[in-house]
Design a protein around this ligand. Structure first.
Ligand SMILES: [Zn+2]
Length: 387
């Protein structure tokens, strides 16, 4: 793993290191998965992992992991700085232990006893992951370091003295801790009973962001498998892996098979049909910015990154003036169909940018100007109907 590109990881040993935020930890997991063509799923976590409020309950003050003479490359060694472990989050390889065995057995028994009624629904099989008890795991630990209470010499008396000073400071809130996420992660050799690397590419589930993109394309009327595939390739190249090394084309997670694409296009079509039957026009406008049914939380990877538009126009050139100009130009255009399409193209770009822009004030301004545009359009509809 010497050539791994995790430059943001402070390496402490083989397959062990730390980052300064939970977002960086998720980014790390995403990169590890892509690089090794593996996939991990969270099986246990504490509430609020990554932003745990340490003042809510007391935590043990530690100086190092385990015993001093213990030789492990994945332990926090003594640095003189006291720390607290606030909580953990653990991931299994997707081919790890089947953690739902007892739940499935209980449900089966309940169904046999007639305690529950199982209604059989016709479902499209998307992908099933084979569980083969692979033991590869990732462990994240949320740690608070207290550098102000560092001791320069390791003696029992100094540890006790500094700990008591730290406890007193914690009571008054006079501390400035540094939050870190420690990451223990496996090597390729830790994976068992299944293929890893390029050979394991076909066992990868399709990425949630790819599924979301398919839903977006279908909503825009693109349903042809080849066209969808072409758009997905652009999405992977220009958005998910912009300025980064591309994953192998054998990795099904980012390059789904024809059958995968067809299945998700079908599901998106059914979903769109349902929502168009259920919603009125204004509702549809409102829901168009909602997160789709498909969960976007894929290891909580940076989602906004995934939603940046693949449009070929330079995004930075889209100003609110151009939006307004286009919206105003609607009534001036010779062909309302063409002008309408221009508006929809702009809206699509704006929709993507709303995920990227993080400035609350800018978003509030955009929102209020949008409200004006909406009022104008509703008025225009109303005038037309009254004529
Ligand atoms: Zn594995």
């Amino acid at each position: 793993m010497a050539d791994r590109p995790f430059t943001f990881l402070e390496t402490l040993g083989e397959n062990f290191g730390y980052v300064f935020s939970v977002e960086e930890a998720y980014k790390f997991i995403g990169e590890l998965e892509t690089k090794t063509t593996t996939k991990f799923t969270c099986y246990t976590t504490v509430k609020d992992f990554g932003a745990i409020d340490y003042t809510k309950r007391s935590h043990k003050i530690c100086w190092e992991d385990g015993k001093k003479d213990e030789q492990s490359s994945r332990r926090i060694a003594f640095t003189g700085i006291p720390y607290m472990c606030l909580g953990e989050k653990k991931y299994d390889c997707q081919h790890g232990k089947d953690r739902n065995v007892s739940l499935k057995r209980k449900r089966r028994q309940a169904a046999e006893n007639g305690d529950i009624v199982v209604t059989k629904k016709r479902r499209v099989q998307v992908q099933s992951i084979r569980k083969v008890n692979c033991t590869a795991r990732i462990k994240l630990r949320e740690i608070l370091m207290f550098p102000e209470f560092k001791i320069l010499k390791d003696t029992e008396w100094r540890r006790k003295f500094s700990s008591s000073k730290l406890r007193a400071a914690l009571k008054t809130g006079n501390v400035h801790p540094e939050r870190r996420i420690y990451i223990e992660f496996p090597s390729n050799s830790d994976h068992q009973n299944h293929l890893v690397g390029e050979a394991g590419g076909m066992c990868q589930p399709v990425d949630k962001r790819i599924i979301y993109r398919i839903h977006e394309l279908v909503a825009d009327g693109i349903k042809d498998v080849n066209q969808v595939r072409h758009q997905l390739e652009l999405f992977v190249k220009n958005v998910l892996f912009r300025d980064k090394e591309l994953p192998k084309t054998t990795n099904r997670r980012f390059y789904p098979t024809t059958k995968d694409i067809r299945t998700h296009v079908y599901q998106a079509t059914v979903k769109n049909r349902k929502s168009s039957q259920e919603s009125s026009v204004p509702d549809q406008l409102a829901s168009s910015t909602d997160t789709p049914d498909v969960s976007m939380v894929d290891h909580e990877l940076p989602i906004m990154e995934s939603r940046v538009s693949v449009v070929e126009l330079p995004i930075s050139n889209v100003t609110f003036e151009t939006i307004q100009a286009n919206a105003v130009g609607l009534s001036e255009g010779d062909d309302p169909q063409v002008e309408g399409q221009k508006c929809r193209d702009l809206l699509e770009q704006i929709k993507q940018l709303t995920f990227e822009v993080q400035d609350k004030e800018v978003l509030a301004r955009v929102n209020s100007r949008f409200q004006e545009v909406l009022d104008e359009m509703q008025l225009s509809c109303c005038v037309r109907q009254c004529r």
